[in-house]
Design a protein around this ligand. Structure first.
Ligand code: FES
Length: 72
């Protein structure tokens, strides 16, 4: 899926940039040109950022936590 039509930037490219350190729309703009022209993609870029950041902080499915009560 294209995030930025003006610069032909795909969601995959945005996610790759996030995975390699982009944490803001400004960083995505510098790296990929997202939002550099009409700006219509800025909202979508923000959504990609928060979605990707939430995914990277979520525990993998093979990891679980044990509360103190369960462990006792
Ligand atoms: S859609 Fe990204 S700058 Fe226009």
């Amino acid at each position: 899926m294209y995030v930025c039509i003006c610069n032909a930037v795909t969601e995959r490219e945005v996610n790759d940039a996030i995975d390699t350190g982009a944490t803001t729309v400004k960083a995505l703009n510098r790296q990929l040109g997202v939002g550099a022209q009409c700006g219509a993609c800025v909202g979508c870029a923000k959504e990609c950022l928060s979605k990707r950041q939430m995914q990277s902080t979520a525990l993998p499915s093979n990891v679980f936590s044990i509360s103190k009560q369960e462990a006792a």
